[in-house]
Write a protein that binds this ligand. Structure first.
Ligand code: UT7
Length: 328
């Protein structure tokens, strides 16, 4: 059995910024309410003509450069997204072509905001078995195109971004490896957060457009409660599985949905917020991109360092959730 390590990381935020003050002009809301209830101050928005695969490309190039690898070294591409370029084919296939990779395995996975955790777990399995040596995992969203800018409960939350990791086969005895990945899903809670229209259950129609069913629909308070519950459980599971006490974890990088959710999860372990990465003030909730984007920012800003023990945890529509414990 082989182990995998994070050999390169990268992220990309589109240039255009949508601030809370901009949103004040669009819906009945205030900068003060948004900051107090979510911690978000601004989010980045893809430019016209910029698609999810374009964001993936920027983040992936940075991750490849960080890993010291070329596109032809990659054996598989996994893209976690719910806002891909098209319903078909996958964004991963567009990315494969744009990067100039070989004709390697490339696919998207839909685990919403847990998409990156799911992707890293899948990549880790392929590396552990010896099937592949270098796998590119990307979490990317252009969610602002699927948000109703008349619905103040959702439009204040989401932003666009991409984050990428290259996972590579570790050398024997290397301690800087992925220690564990755990994934979960509870389909009984699927309707709490959906994009109802446009799929086979409710094909695109005038009715869908008139009733704004082609946009994200969310039961915010229920999602909030389940987010705290599932991310806390996921952290506990990872720590117990690896017999690592919380004080031995250098950083937690949680899904960046709402600062109050993150604080409530940390509180369950009496884990100090000084060792929790929070970057949502700049990005909003970027779904599958949120963890690799926050992680990259924390590395570039001298917070996360090589050799440290990091716990990642996510939750998202599905409801999906999961955790990863790794030494970076
Ligand atoms: O990746 C998963 C994605 N989703 C999430 O993570 C969302 C999780 N949920 C949340 O983050 C929070 O539930 C929200 C931020 C969406 C809402 O915050 P809340 O503290 O749960 O607010 P609430 O739903 O309890 O609403 C309190 C009040 C309501 O007014 P009334 O009924 O008390 O008069 C809302 O209508 O706040 C109102 N409200 C707003 N006011 C100003 C809701 N959205 C806004 C807004 N601006 N944008």
């Amino acid at each position: 059995m082989f182990r995998s390590r994070v050999s390169g990381i990268g992220s990309y935020l589109p240039e255009k910024v949508l601030t809370n003050q901009d949103l004040e002009k669009m819906v009945e809301t205030s900068d003060q309410w948004i900051v107090e209830r979510t911690g978000i101050e601004r989010r980045h928005i893809a430019a016209e003509g910029e698609a999810t695969s374009d964001l993936c490309l920027q983040a992936s190039r940075r991750a490849l450069e960080d890993a010291g690898l070329k596109p032809e070294d990659i054996d598989m591409i996994v893209v976690g997204t719910v806002s891909g370029d098209r319903q078909m084919p996958s964004t991963a296939c567009y990315l494969q072509s744009k990067l100039g990779c070989r004709n390697i395995v490339a696919f998207d996975l839909n685990a919403a905001c847990s998409g990156f955790i799911y992707g890293v777990s899948i990549a880790d399995q392929f590396i552990r078995t010896g099937m592949y040596k270098n796998v590119l995992v990307v979490g990317a969203e252009v969610l602002h195109r699927f948000v109703n800018y008349q619905d103040r409960e959702t439009c204040i939350l989401f932003g666009d971004a991409a984050g990428a990791w290259v996972l590579s086969r570790a050398q024997d005895g290397d301690k800087q490896v992925i220690a564990s990945t755990h994934l979960h899903a509870d389909g009984d809670l699927a309707d709490l957060l959906t994009l109802p229209g446009g799929g086979s259950a409710m094909p695109q129609s005038q009715y869908v457009i008139d009733n704004k069913l082609n946009y994200v629909s969310m039961r915010g308070r229920e999602i909030f409660k389940n987010a705290v519950r599932t991310m806390a459980l996921c952290c506990k599971e990872a720590l117990e599985h690896n017999q690592v006490p919380p004080e031995n974890v250098d950083w937690i990088v949680p899904h960046q949905a709402n600062k109050r959710i993150i604080e409530a999860v940390a509180d369950q372990f009496k884990f100090p917020m000084e060792r929790v990465i929070v970057y949502l003030q700049e990005t909003g909730n970027t779904s599958a991109a949120s963890i690799p984007v926050a992680f990259d920012w924390a590395v570039k800003n001298g917070k996360i360092k090589r050799g440290q023990t990091i716990l990642l945890t996510a939750f998202g529509a599905g409801l999906t959730s999961g955790s990863i414990l790794l030494r970076y």
